[in-house]
Design a protein around this ligand. Structure first.
Ligand SMILES: *Cc1c(COP(=O)(O)O)cnc(C)c1O
Length: 341
């Protein structure tokens, strides 16, 4: 195993406020009958917050090494990844272009929440239909060609930054979490289940790889917020395989642990909320003063509660819920949130 050799990380640009706190949720834990910690990656920054920034530290370093001056990426209209990319790009002196998904590109959504921040960061926004988005590689090439014709040097960042290179961000986060837990336990990490939201797979892949490379007694489970279990097992296995092929040569060649996806909590669909999900978010805000987002962490948290209700021992005696950010996604749906207050 690789538990003794220190990991050799690729070049990165320091952008995130890390290490983030690992906080014990005492009242929530008492209620659930299990020890619960939150790893606060919603605190990796202010406007530049959430999980994507950890991946972008490595990805933007690569963009800079490649001499790029403009980064292209894509996501839903309220994409946290696009907002983080636009702000991080501006932070390091790069321009950004975002392919944002919306049902009717002629009538894009109001510049609320993340879109407001994208615009403020100076990102060029190209609105695309869900059908066009399925062919986003074609759109990326079209926009990259257009930029090159204008004398620019484009660099494409796939959806969510969920690539083998981006996965380093969550390998590093797992090393950070291991240090947090060791400080609490005063010794090797005790059996722990790490639960996070899975949206494009890179975070879950990185955590899984980190647990393997660091040889930790940690179970990694993702609650999918779109698609289904089979889809993400395939996507995450693909990122891991690619990681071993391109990033971590000479060691293991494939993931040592199964990819664990907890399916059944997509609800009404991606970025669509149910009242019971919003209620769980509001209850946690009151109980612990921690605010989750409706698209990712709220659904993952709701799923975790539902699984614990079915089986109080589902995740063992200790859970780390990975709070991956997303606060700005609450504001565009304020009317819906207000109905459950
Ligand atoms: C993107 C995102 C996720 C999901 O992470 P992936 O690496 O895309 O699976 C979770 N939470 C928030 C707030 C996000 O923005």
């Amino acid at each position: 195993m690789h538990d003794t050799a220190p990991l050799k990380y690729p070049e990165r640009i320091e952008l995130a406020r890390i290490p983030t706190p690992l906080q014990k949720m005492t009242r929530l834990g008492r209620k659930l009958g299990v020890e619960v910690f939150f790893k606060r990656d919603d605190l990796t920054g202010s406007a530049l917050s959430g999980n994507k920034i950890r991946k972008l530290e490595f990805i933007l370093a690569d963009a800079r090494t490649n001499g790029a001056d403009t980064v292209l990426t894509c996501g839903g209209a309220q994409s946290n990844h696009c907002r983080a990319t636009a702000l991080a790009a501006a932070r390091v002196g790069l321009e950004s272009l975002l392919l944002l998904r919306t049902p009717d590109p002629d009538h894009p959504p109001a510049p609320d929440g993340n879109i407001l921040l994208d615009r403020m960061a100076g990102a060029e926004i190209v609105w695309v239909t869900p059908e066009e988005y399925q062919q986003r590689d074609v759109l990326f090439q079209r926009e990259a060609d257009r930029l090159r014709a204008a004398g620019k040097k484009p660099y494409i960042i796939p959806e969510g930054g969920s690539t083998a290179l981006g996965a380093w961000g969550y390998v590093r986060a797992m090393a950070e979490l291991a240090a947090d837990l060791t400080a609490i336990d005063g010794g090797p990490v005790k059996p722990t289940t790490v639960i996070s939201a899975t949206g494009s797979g890179g975070t879950t892949a990185g955590l899984l790889l980190g647990a393997q490379l660091l040889n930790l007694d940690v179970r990694v489970a993702g609650v999918n917020v779109c698609n289904d279990r089979d889809y993400f097992v395939q996507v995450i296995s693909g990122i891991c395989t690619d990681f071993f092929k391109t990033q971590f040569k000479g060691g293991a060649t494939k993931p040592a642990r199964p990819v664990e996806i907890i399916d059944g909590y997509v609800g009404r669909g991606y970025a669509l909320s149910r009242p019971e999900e919003l209620r769980a978010i509001c209850e946690l805000a009151r109980l612990e003063g921690v605010v989750l987002d409706p698209v990712y962490t709220g659904k993952a948290f709701f799923g975790m509660l539902a699984e614990l209700e079915k089986n109080r021992h589902a995740f063992g005696s200790r859970i780390v819920f990975y709070h991956t950010g997303g606060l700005f996604g609450l504001f565009p749906i304020f009317e819906q949130v207000a109905t459950v207050l």
